[in-house]
Design a protein around this ligand. Sequence first.
Ligand code: GRF
Length: 202
Amino acid sequence: MKKLRLGVLASGRGSNLQAIMDRCQAGSLVAEVVVVISDKPAAYALERARRAGIAAYGLEMAAFPSKREYEQAVVELLREAGVQLLCLAGYMRLVGEPLLQAFPNKIMNIHPALLPSFPGLHGQRDALQYGVKISGCTVHFIDEGMDTGPIILQAAVPVLGDDTEETLAARILEQEHRLYPEAIQLYAEGRLEVEGRRVYIK
Ligand code: GRF
C-alpha cells in the first residue's frame, strides 16, 4: 500500500501531530506527514516537525492582506508537497473557502468533546461546567461550520467527581492520540464513505 501523504495544520504544542508521526514511523499508520504549517510561527508543533525532518512553515495571518490570501498561500504549500489528506491538529482557526475548495471532504479535525455537544475552543471546560458524566473526543471531516462536519470516530471518556479541566483534558488527550491515527488509517485504506452527515466505515 502506498503511503498517504498528510499535511498537518497546528497552532500549538502538537501532541496530536506527534502521535500521528509516531504511528507513521511505527508503520501502523500507512501514511507520512509531508508538511506541517502553523499560523503561529513559534508553535512547538513546528519544532517537532523539523526534528523529524519534515518541512515546517510558520505563516502569520497578519502578514497577509486577508484571510483568503493567507489560506491561498497555505493551499499552495500543501499542493507543492502533494498532500492528499489535510489534518487539523489543534489548529485554532475556522477553515475558509480556499482550503475547503482545494480539499473537499479531505480535511479532518480532532475535537476534545463528544460533538455535537461542546463545540468551540473549550470543549473540556464546557463539558465539565455543564456537568456531563461522559465526555470524550471526536474525529470529523471539516465543513464550513465550527466543529459541525460529518463524524468519523468518537471515543467516550468518563468525567470523574474530582476532575479539573486539566485532569479531564489529559484523559481525553490519551484517547485523541489513539483515535486520530485510527481515523486517518481508515481513510488511507479507502474505507470511509461520506453520505450527507453520515460517515460509513466499509
Ligand atoms: C487537542 O485537545 C485537540 O483536540 C484540540 O486542540 C488540542 C490540540 O492539542 N483541537 P495538541 O496541540 O495536539 O497537543
